[in-house]
Ligand binder design. Structure first.
Ligand code: ATP
Ligand code: MG
Length: 399
């Protein structure tokens, strides 16, 4: 057992000792068998929430209506979820009700893919009802049961199939692929936030281009936000090349890499990203960096100074977009040699300029300060108060 599971094993044991069944389930089992790092350990049990609360002293009701109780053990929280079935999906997105059941097989049956429907007992025994181990070995994403029905129940699974394909570098089994292609129109019924999460995870995956290729093959981009279905094939080809270059680490870069070769105009970046329900931080970063990465702005001290706060993202973006080593080094050098990083580092503040009596407060002063800032950034004047005041006096005389 990997360490996180070894630490959680006494929890399974304690539930078993109380006369119930308990298993590790979901992604942790899959990732353990693949030898990948495990994120969160999920536990499923035949015990009902109230029963779990009787077994353990410290619990928190994190999602009790869905059957989830958090068990606290040495300050670590473990989610224990009662075996459940989800019945009648009428809106393609969430079950109308969850029913607690005592059988593991009922619980595994409702899971999305065979590789996510494995269960592991405290004694190390793996329960594999749908040949998930074979699919893991062969690198296949296959729906549990009838793929049409499963995607019809919950269209988010379409995005999840593609995301797992990218994360694990797996193929999508043929019938599963046909079904997700047929049911892609149901994606418009899913909350954008949830689509965004899966799409972003795909872009940040080791095999991101494989995921995107699946999305292209299944014609599902037409049902995603922001009008990406209208982007020309040449844009997507460029994006595939970008994704093949290197795995990126930051969400903002993922979106920037999509935008740079796209037909989205600079003034429409914010509204595009807002349609995808992205955060203000991502929007600001993209607005600052896309014009630079499109080559519309010269890479000089003044322009780079204005995106100083996004320096790290700019460098990663340049790498993923295939800028030459020389260009990247040049930009890094300019950043390192900037005399100031922001306006607060100016040796002459607006307050001080006013007190000097050289200029009167007003719009003229704002302009003058900006002019000074630029002169400092480009190295025209040293960032020293006396030098700055002398420069201002000189300018006044020239007026
Ligand atoms: P990750 O590494 O992203 O956490 P995961 O497989 O653990 O991957 P989660 O979203 O954490 O994915 O879900 C945990 C488990 O719950 C899945 O492995 C799967 O068995 C089940 N599951 C999650 N979402 C769905 C869904 N939409 N439909 C069916 N089963 C699902
Ligand atoms: Mg998980």
């Amino acid at each position: 057992f990997p360490s996180q599971m070894a630490e959680a094993r006494p929890i399974l044991q304690k539930i078993e000792d109380a006369g119930y069944e308990a298993f590790f389930v979901g992604g942790a089992v899959r990732d353990m068998i693949l030898g990948d790092t495990i994120h969160d350990v999920d536990i499923a049990s035949s015990a009902f929430p109230q029963e779990i609360k009787m077994i353990f002293e410290n619990t928190v009701d994190t999602g009790i209506q869905h059957g989830t109780v958090m068990v606290l053990d040495h300050h670590i929280g473990y989610e224990v979820t009662t075996f459940r079935t989800e019945s009648t999906y009428t809106d393609y997105r969430r079950p109308d009700e969850v029913t607690f059941v005592r059988s593991l097989s009922e619980d595994l049956k409702r899971r999305d893919f065979t590789i996510n429907a494995l269960a592991l007992k405290a004694n190390g025994e793996v329960v594999d009802l749908f040949d998930g181990l074979t699919d893991l070995k062969n690198g296949l994403i296959r729906a549990v049961g009838n793929p049409e029905e499963r995607f019809n129940e919950d269209a988010l699974r379409i995005m999840r199939a593609i995301r797992f394909s990218a994360q694990l570098d797996f193929a999508i089994e043929n019938q599963t692929k046909t079904a997700l292609t047929d049911l892609a129109p149901n994606l418009t019924k899913i909350a954008v936030e949830r689509i965004q999460v899966e799409f972003e995870k795909m872009l940040l995956s080791p095999a991101a281009s494989r995921g995107l290729q699946q999305a292209l093959d299944s014609h599902l981009l037409a049902y995603l936000p922001g009008g990406v279905g209208h982007w020309p094939l040449t844009t997507w080809q460029e994006i595939l090349t970008i994704l093949n270059r290197l795995q990126i680490s930051q969400a903002a870069i993922a979106w920037i890499n999509l935008l740079v070769p796209s037909p989205v105009k600079e003034q429409d970046i914010a509204s595009f990203l807002r349609e995808w329900k992205l955060s203000r931080a991502v929007i600001k970063t993209a607005q600052a960096l896309v014009p630079i990465l499109r080559g519309k702005v010269s890479l000089d001290a003044w322009h780079l100074y204005q995106v100083e706060a996004y320096q790290e993202q700019l460098i990663e973006g340049m790498h993923s977009l295939g800028f030459t080593k020389d260009k990247i080094e040049l930009v890094q050098q300019i950043f390192e040699q900037l005399p100031i990083r922001n306006a607060r580092q100016m040796a002459l503040s607006g307050q001080e300029l006013m007190q000097s009596g050289v200029v009167k407060p007003g719009p003229e002063m704002g302009k003058l300060l900006q002019h000074l800032e630029k002169a400092v950034v480009t190295g025209e004047i040293p960032n020293q108060q006396a030098a700055l005041l002398a420069y201002v006096r000189q300018e006044k005389r020239n007026d």
